[in-house]
Ligand binder design. Structure first.
Ligand code: GLU
Ligand code: MG
Length: 449
């Protein structure tokens, strides 16, 4: 164990931390935890902590259930709402999962992402990502049904004096206590909708941060008697919640942003353009990972600033990839692309791994990028769109699952273990949904036919 890790443990013990949550995620992205007393932590870092993986979604079968966790001490943080001074002082640390013979477990989503990060490194790049997670804050009414917060009439960037502003500040404080540096917090377009953005950094770090983000925001909302949800489209007729993911490659050899080329009209290098071509080529194949719920496809419809077409552009919010403008005078190091189709219900590790695999496939094969589309596609007729050769995202989870099965690059990125568990879980979810008879159908058909 490093001296820094040892010092961190000592510091936590001195500040009264008594318990450690060893955290990891299952393939769906739910946070799982095993709690140990702090005196076990040094041993855990050295030798791991055994747990039974058979109870975790997408992990092992009963016969091969034992696995162990190894804490990644660079993620160690006290849980701000369970601080050290009280009897329950608790810290959390994110772990990697190993099999009994000491191999990284292929079903661990963090390992799936590590594999793509390593692949990028072999090509000479560090992958940088910045996810923007949108969410809704609801309260539960007397019958347990969800309702927007009272007095929340605000829209995008509106200065809202409601309770939500206070809660957002508590959320920012909690995130910063976890070591996540927040850039901005604001009200989003829809009633009850918010966004908090945190700093752009390497892909593994930001994926860890996104997991912590969701867990922290839910806890803070709960303290206020509210409910924070990352469900992609909780309310019909208004915007849903996306997780737009900014990305770029940093060249290790040249020590600069490999996406930047000031001589290109969009400021994009050949590497960036090939990466974007990879994203567009595999968008249909990876959308089941990026937008994983039945409900995700109710967000990905025209008219709500979520993408439906496989295009790119600068100002166009209906495009799948947007190229944000780098502020004049700012260095080209800020050059990046924003992939707009993911939503925050995805497993961030798997979503990042899929996007990196798609982008790197474009880079490795030197895929050509089509022309940008700057007109709003939502105002074009379907014939005109077809004439331009523009394709669409799948319209349902069922279609998305079929596309995932057909895409060898995304299959390979997930690995056979994750892929087969993922397909089984998603097929079951789709079947359960498509056989329901909904209120909408009853209202529409019962008396008419
Ligand atoms: N909420 C929109 C979405 O579903 C995006 C709004 C924005 O551009 O921030 O992706
Ligand atoms: Mg937003």
């Amino acid at each position: 164990m490093t001296d820094a890790a040892l010092a961190r443990i000592e510091e936590a013990r001195a500040s009264g931390v008594r318990f450690i949550q060893l955290q990891f995620t299952d393939i769906i992205g739910s946070v799982k935890a095993v709690t140990i007393p702090i005196h076990q932590l040094a041993g855990s870092v050295e030798h791991g902590t055994w747990f039974d993986g058979s109870s975790i979604e997408g992990f092992t079968r009963i016969a091969e259930s034992d696995q162990y966790l190894v804490p990644d001490m660079s993620t160690f943080a006290e849980i701000p709402w369970q601080r050290g001074s009280g009897p329950r002082g608790t810290a959390r640390v994110i772990c990697d999962v190993f099999t009994p013979n000491g191999e990284p477990f292929v079903g661990d989503p963090r390992h799936v992402l590590r594999r793509q990060v390593e692949r990028a490194r072999r090509l000479g790049y560090v992958v940088h990502t910045g996810p923007e997670l949108e969410f809704f804050l609801f309260r539960r009414d007397a019958d347990g049904a969800i309702a927007p917060l009272p007095h929340d009439e605000a829209g995008y960037f509106d200065f809202s004096t409601d309770l939500a502003q206070e809660i957002r500040q508590d959320m920012v404080d909690a995130l910063e206590a976890f070591g996540i540096r927040v850039e901005a917090a604001h009200h989003e377009v829809a009633q009850g909708q918010h966004e908090i953005d945190f700093e752009y950094a390497d892909a593994l770090r930001t994926a860890d941060n996104a997991v912590t983000f969701k867990f922290a925001l839910k806890a803070i909302a709960q303290q206020h008697g509210l409910y924070a949800t990352f469900m992609p489209k909780p309310i019909h007729g208004i915007n849903g919640s996306g997780m737009h993911t900014h990305q770029s490659l940093w060249s290790i050899e040249h020590e600069r942003n490999a996406f930047a080329d000031p001589n290109n009209p969009y400021g994009l290098s050949d590497v960036a353009r090939a990466y974007m071509a990879g994203i567009l080529t595999h968008a249909r194949g990876m959308i089941a990972v990026l937008a994983p719920l039945v409900n995700s496809y109710k967000r990905l419809v025209p008219g709500y600033e979520a993408p439906t077409y496989l295009t790119w552009g600068r100002t166009n919010r209906s495009a799948l990839i947007r190229v944000p403008k780098v502020s004049p005078g700012k260095s080209v190091e800020g050059t990046r692309i924003e992939v707009r189709c993911p939503d925050p219900s995805s497993n961030t590790y798997l979503a990042f791994a899929a996007m990196i695999a798609a982008g790197l496939d474009g880079v490795e094969r030197g895929l050509p990028l089509g022309e940008p589309v700057e007109e709003s596609l939502f105002e074009m007729t379907p014939e005109r769109i077809a004439e331009k050769g523009i394709h669409e995202l799948p319209g349902t989870l069922g279609e998305a699952i079929d596309e995932l099965e057909r895409d060898p690059v995304i299959r390979e990125a997930l690995g056979e273990h994750v892929l087969s568990h993922y397909l089984d879980a998603k097929r079951a979810e789709w079947d359960a949904y498509r056989t329901q008879v909904t209120q909408w159908e009853l209202d529409r058909y019962l008396e008419a036919f």
